[in-house]
Design a protein. Sequence first.
Length: 441
Amino acid sequence: MAVTKHDQILEYIEKLPVGERISVRGIARDLQVSEGTAYRAIKEAENTGLVSTIQRVGTIRIEKKVREHIEKLSFGTVVKIIEGEVLAGRKGLEKILDKFVIGAMTTGSMQRYITPGALMIVGNREKVQRLALESGAAVLLTGGFDVSNDILSLADTLEMPIMRTNYDTFSVATLINRAISDQMIKKDIVMVGDIQTPLEETDYLTVRDTVADYFYLVEKTGDTRFPVVNKSNRLMGIVTSKDATGKASTQLLEKVMTKNPRQAKQHMSVASIGHLMIWDGIEIIPVVEDDLTLNGIISRRDVMQTLQMIQKQPVIANTLADQIAAEIVEKGHSERGELPMFSFTVSPQMVNSMGTLAYGVLNQLISHVTHRVMMIKHKSNSIIEQSSLYYFKLIQMDSVIDVKSTVIDFGRRSAKVELDLLLDNVSVAKAIVICQLMEQT
């Protein structure tokens, strides 16, 4: 298959050194392509994480971040987390960590805590090291201590790793605990690839199909929107009833289809795609590979059901946003009896280096209260579209803040809410929030 100019530009960008500045005009000149082609390729590179546009700097090549979806933690991953070294038992690095145990007790007392798949975090206590290995657990030496040849030989025989780090026990335990929590959070973030309709179950047409073929597929499936691909299965457009109605039955779809449709990648979050679909009223979005090969579709109905399911699920691993939201309590109804008042106390974790409420934390509090208001008043899940903090005074630590809310405007797809933050009945912050509403499915 011939490589298109679009693909040539992406390959060129990928080979550039990290930090290299690029421009539409420069790409067009260097690769002898039009500026329009260069612009579209650079936007694609930005969507896939190859480049980033920074204000007052320009567009630069960046290191592409690959999303790791690790559901379980291996001993090999632990080595990377603690910046350690493997002394023996390398064949066991792919084994999965079940739990970690700190070797601070006598060998008799800790016997019942050591189980196969555990990680024993210990110093230079050879009896504990041996007990752990013989019980099917790996060993992590803190403080940079050496280990005897007998223990190293036993680790190789049992194929259980012995690792070493210069960190102390507390730091190691904190790092591993954080890694486990991070992985649980990553696991809970739903991506497009998790819920999309796969290609083998997707109905689509080709550019050489006709309007008659489109209406036949409509009658067969009951759907009215289909991706359109070329002979290489690359996405070329999307065809809807609006495109086909009134056209000759023999008209080719490439002449009537909507070109350059919205598209999604498997690594995109469902939340980001949902934001787009709600705001623009899009029913389906084709899911494509980096070279625009069709991979399936994602529907607005599936997105809405998933987002509503996520918001109803209990929290398994707390993010910083979850921890901030947990501080907000419902205080009672406002004077008009329309909406409840909310309240929170500015804890030490919420403040900046000056001892006042951090700006980012305040915005997260405002966002969470808006979500709560939409659920209470209109039974609607929501996505924040815009937030404007137009009045703000410094709020000291330990202050008890009340939050009064007023719904200014409410429509089918969006709502506008004003929030007034009060300290001893005196305003200390005011914000206007515009949010998108997710219809109930």
